[in-house]
Design a protein around this ligand. Sequence first.
Ligand code: CMP
Length: 141
Amino acid sequence: MEHNTLLIIKPNATAKNKVGAIIKMVEDHGFIIERIKMFRFDEKLAKEFYTEHIGKPFFGRLMEFMLSGTVVGVVLHRDSAVPLLRELIGNTIIGKAKAGTIRYLFADTSTRNAVHASDSIARAKVEIELIFPELKQENFS
Ligand code: CMP
């Protein structure tokens, strides 16, 4: 089934000029870019985006990191987009990401892990609408 998912290229990857390299990997794996923008999270948006992690031990580090610089939000489309993008980005925990995945190549730590990708179709819809509110009207899933 074809659907959309959300990729965020995080501040450590943008600071190291790895946006192009990451986008190339995604396009080479058959994902179509539907929307793309550079922006900075503010605290309100970051808390809303990561609401499920509030209270976890790494939450403070995660907020500080996500607010530290420019990010890129990308809406990606293809069949099985959510599981295939999760596979391509690799495990969150540094050292567990398989060779060849985006995080294997570009993560610095488990927090500064270069990218985020939605973990379900339902979350993809929520996250896409948070980052691209103009898509709310379009039933963009
Ligand atoms: P992300 O996929 O954006 O979702 C939550 C983020 O919290 C994660 O990537 C990491 O940046 C950060 N994080 C740091 N430590 C952990 C951890 N132990 N488990 C999950 N996420 C973590």
